[in-house]
Design a protein around this ligand. Structure first.
Ligand code: SF4
Length: 954
């Protein structure tokens, strides 16, 4: 019997394109079906290494991002004669906009380039924006890492050849025990979901350490309800347990770490705590067989892990591991001593540590594969300790996050679980030297590119970006005594410092997708005042000119003097480059692209194109030819022909004139076409012999040199003990042979927090706030269904959540007389808000939390003024201050990690109490933002269609 199949979809007018999702930082591969210059479907690309076909709700809702009424339509100029922030704009042409901006930038560049501050929020093109800033000659450039997760990056990269965040991943297919620290569901969304499913099927144990049991934690085999900001202490207590039971990987520590190096014990002197070194600068170790001091980095030695010795000139030296063991065997780290502070019972701490040790040492896995170590020694297998961890913003956004990230890494290192089968593995271009060998630029001069990138990795006080008096040279004070290792800058301090002329007045603030007037700053209301504040002397704005580039009408647009409308991610060229933030997997080098799939129906230009255009107009040496004419026709051309070094460019695939070379090769004029033909990604699988122990794997190191990832094929040691941190500590103690801070506040911070071994301390704000007066920790989580702030105007995602609540432990709330869905006041030392409560079981007793970025200012994001996001959504930012609470006799300090400058927006403490009868509705509220000229009206129902229905009865 024949059946007639009813066709509902007419494919004849459709085309399929492949690209990379931009709806969160995972960068999944997408398959886009286009019909009539509209998107019909977005699906996952089954061949893509990141998501293997999986697509989340955000990814498919990219359709509604494209159809958003919040899209900007024209370049806009603040209407002459109107006040900044009044929301009055006039459309101008791109020529007018770029001529005006070029003139302004030309003047700044030829007089004092640092008067331009260029900061980016959404930051997946840092290799371009950083190069642009370097060529402009301003020190004042960074992306949003200082607000987001720099502690994870820096904590890792000052200790290990890679880190959490995008630098590494668990060996998901082999791990048997996985511990997830402080991760909300917005991060690594599809990859973690796919991986957790795999773990569950294989019966691996999944432990979640988090104050809230949401998302990933809801399917954990064990939820550890930790008190916020105490992760580092929990990790160090587990270190204590491992050391007490002598459960650590001796061989791993000797082979791959600086544990055997000898540390000088000379309190009160400039060499105290530094390595004892040979004349050529190599650290010494003690050889157990030869019974003598040897160069610790030599092959073929038998270094002692434990011991203290006398040097020929009478100094006492101790192995790193002896110093470490003495420190963490102290009873201060015993589980019963830390249980109350962390909120984790002592027996749980002990059991978790022993469970991990059991899996690491009793359930090892082996992969038969010949590989060669750095010294040329052959091995016939990789031995894996299948315990892995991952950590993110919940650890990062505290002012002790740098040291806490290091504490978690220390736990992994003792268990020998780094870059081994089943452990936590690097993603190319990592591993890299510890820390990566790039120093931040220190000097700027008119019309001159900086000698290096504005951001880098200081290893000693000499590398700070300060003047002769020790004052910061950067507007965000990165790399100053206040934030010495601020390797990703301090986006959250730019407006406050620029407003205060601290350390100087800037001319132009240029922001790309950074919503500083709302939820990308701490202290929203005060920041809005700063953006419109005028100087009483000259009557000018304290921040004279603000340029905003964004695709959407965010709250920040309202405060711009010049608005440069960006395209959507489906309308532009883009790279996820090995020079920047690639999409590599632990076993493969991967990068990817986006390319224009749709024609913009507005007068918009991709920010990347604008930057390349401006670079040509301004005559940046790297962007012009010998005649001073623009060298590149646009971003697409720039990506093809720019080479960081011969043969190394932004894209790794299909290089060489014929497109037949990978990783290194001459520019290929048809490279974009090759990527598009190969579904917009490139993948190079590492052979098995190059997949593990890569910091000491000869063949991998040679491969990495050839690919341009590292400068030389030398083994890279894990720095359990950080000599760079000790140098800063010596500077704080007044003992360093080199620059030292003058201000006692800086001295004390360096001496206290720059411990060369991981430490835990109470977060800085909490040290200054009365815990009895403010008994709750208060944290924000990024919601899985919205990434940062960029998708909360999305018509589909709004249906999942359009209002946030304050989540609170049910038992605790009921004890306080707080009912579910009632209104409460939440007060911090900095402000108060009125919000609606939800009582839940999955929340640590002393913690309240909410979803970040749901609350919107009325009228922004193309929403109607009475949208629930504006009338019932709220931000915790109103409670947070970008400055620490005042302390008598001290200058105001940033509310940030004292080492990296990471914004400490998770350090908040609050009190919560019921609102009085009749007190309802969120507070504070803000005035409605005016619609932009020619902005389409928000329809009552936002619908789209690409064709009339086929074979459907209407
Ligand atoms: S996980 Fe992120 S990148 Fe992947 S589909 Fe979802 S939103 Fe897009």
């Amino acid at each position: 019997m024949s059946e007639t199949i009813t066709v509902f979809e007419d494919h004849s007018k459709q085309r399929i394109e492949y690209s990379t999702c931009y709806m969160c930082a995972c960068r999944c591969g997408i398959k886009v079906t286009v019909e009539n210059n509209n998107i019909r479907f977005i699906q996952g690309n089954r061949e893509h290494p990141t998501n293997r076909g999986v697509l989340c709700a955000k990814g498919s809702a990219g359709i509604m991002k494209q159809n958003s009424p919040a899209k900007l339509h024209h370049p806009l100029l603040r209407k002459p004669g109107t006040a900044r922030g009044a929301g009055e704009f006039v459309p101008i042409s791109w020529n007018e906009a770029l001529d005006m901006l070029t003139k302004r930038l030309q003047h700044i560049r030829s007089t004092d380039p640092n008067r331009l501050a260029f900061f980016t929020g959404r930051d997946q093109m840092q290799a371009l924006t950083g190069l642009w800033a370097q060529q402009f000659g301003t020190l004042n450039w960074a992306a949003h890492g200082g607000f987001c997760s720099v502690n994870m990056a820096a904590g890792g990269l000052y200790m290990m050849p890679f880190a959490f965040w995008e630098f590494g991943d668990p060996d998901w297919d082999r791990t048997k025990y996985f511990m997830l620290w402080g991760v909300a569901e917005d991060h690594a969304s599809n990859p973690i979901k796919i991986a957790l499913e795999g773990l569950k099927r294989r019966g691996a144990k999944f432990v979640a350490v988090n104050p809230a049991r949401t998302g990933y934690q809801a399917i954990a085999d064990e939820w550890v309800a930790i008190r916020p900001g105490t992760d580092g202490l929990l990790a160090l207590s587990m270190v204590h347990v491992l050391l007490k039971h002598e459960l650590f990987d001796w061989d791993f520590l000797i082979r791959y770490t600086n544990a055997p190096f000898l540390v000088i014990q000379h309190p009160g002197h400039s060499d105290d705590g530094l390595f004892w070194r040979t004349e050529s600068g190599e650290p010494y170790a003690w050889d157990m067989c030869q019974k003598t001091f040897v160069t610790g980095t030599d092959a073929g030695i038998a270094p002692s892990l434990l011991g203290d010795y006398q040097t020929p000139d009478g100094k006492t030296v101790k192995t790193v591991f002896s110093v470490l063991a003495e420190k963490y065997l102290d009873e201060a780290y015993a589980p019963e001593r830390v249980a109350e502070t962390t909120g984790v019972p002592a027996e749980t701490i002990e059991r978790l540590a022993l469970e991990m040790a059991h899996v690491a040492f009793e359930e090892t896995i082996e992969i038969a594969c010949e590989w060669t170590d750095w010294a040329g020694r052959k091995h016939d297998r990789f031995i894996g300790r299948p315990v892995s961890m991952y950590a993110m913003r919940g650890v990062s956004a505290h002012s002790n996050g740098f040291q806490s990230a290091r504490a978690i890494h220390l736990l992994q290192i003792l268990l020998g679980t780094i870059d081994c089968p089943g452990g936590f593995c690097a993603k190319p271009p990592y591993p890299k030297p510890v820390p990566p060998p790039i120093k931040p630029a220190q000097h700027s001069a008119p019309n001159t590119p900086l000698k290096s990138s504005p951001l880098g990795y200081p290893t000693a006080p000499e590398d700070l970006v300060i003047d002769e008096q020790g004052r910061p040279k950067r507007i965000d004070k990165a790399f100053s005594w206040e934030s010495p290792l601020a390797i990703q800058g301090l986006l959250h301090m730019v407006i406050t410092n620029a407003h205060n002329y601290d350390p100087y007045r800037i001319d132009t603030l240029m922001l790309f997708m950074a919503n500083m007037a709302w939820n990308s700053s701490m202290n929203t209301a005060e920041i809005q005042k700063m953006l419109v504040a005028k100087d009483p002397e000259d009557g000018e704005y304290r921040i004279p000119f603000i340029v905003v580039s964004d695709a959407f009408h965010s709250e920040m647009v309202n405060f711009a003097d010049l608005v440069l409308p960006d395209t959507t991610y489906l309308e532009r060229y883009d790279t996820l480059s090995m020079l920047d933030r690639p999409i590599s997997e632990t076993d493969a080098v991967c990068d990817s692209i986006r390319h224009p799939i749709l024609e913009p129906n507005r007068d918009v230009r991709a920010w990347q194109e604008v930057l390349v255009d401006l670079a040509g107009r301004l005559g940046f040496p790297a962007f012009v030819n010998a005649k001073g004419e623009p060298r590149y026709k646009g971003y697409k051309d720039f990506i093809v022909y720019y080479e960081k070094e011969p043969g190394i460019g932004f894209l790794s695939g299909w290089r060489g004139e014929k497109g037949d070379q990978h990783l290194r090769g001459a520019p290929n004029p048809k490279q974009w076409e090759a990527y598009i033909e190969h579904k917009s990604f490139f993948q190079y699988h590492l052979p098995m012999s190059l997949r593990y122990f890569r910091s000491a794997n000869k063949d991998y190191l040679e491969f990495a040199v050839e690919a341009g990832y590292i400068p030389e094929a030398k083994p890279i040691l894990i720095e359990l003990y950080s000599e760079p941190l000790q140098k800063f500590r010596l500077a704080g103690l007044g003992l360093y042979d080199g620059p030292q801070p003058k201000d006692p506040v800086d001295r004390e911070r360096l001496a206290t927090y720059f411990d060369p071994l991981p430490i835990w301390y109470e977060p800085l704000e909490q040290q200054r706030v009365d815990a009895e007066e403010y008994p709750f920790f208060a944290v924000n989580q990024r919601p899985m269904m919205m990434y940062h702030s960029w998708d909360s105007q999305n018509a589909w995602l709004r249906q999942i959540i359009a209002q946030n609540y304050l989540y609170m432990n049910r038992e605790r709330g009921e004890q306080m007389g707080i009912k579910d869905q009632s209104w409460v006041w939440v007060e911090s030392h900095n402000g108060k808000i009125r919000v609606q409560v939800k009582l839940i079981e999955g929340c640590q007793h002393n913690t309240v939390w909410t979803w970040n970025a749901i609350g919107k200012q009325s009228g922004a994001w193309g929403l109607t003024p009475d949208a629930p996001e504006a009338t019932r959504g709220f931000l915790m930012n109103h409670l947070i201050s970008e400055l620490l609470p005042d302390k008598q006799g001290e200058r105001r300090l940033t509310n940030s990690d004292p080492i990296t400058g990471q914004a400490a927006w998770y350090d908040l403490r609050v009190r919560v109490y019921p609102a009085a009868p009749g007190e309802e509705g969120v507070w504070p509220t803000f005035p409605t933002i005016k619609p932009l000229p020619e902005e389409p009206k928000q329809p009552d129902r936002l619908r789209y269609h690409t064709h009339n229905p086929v074979n459907l009865k209407s």
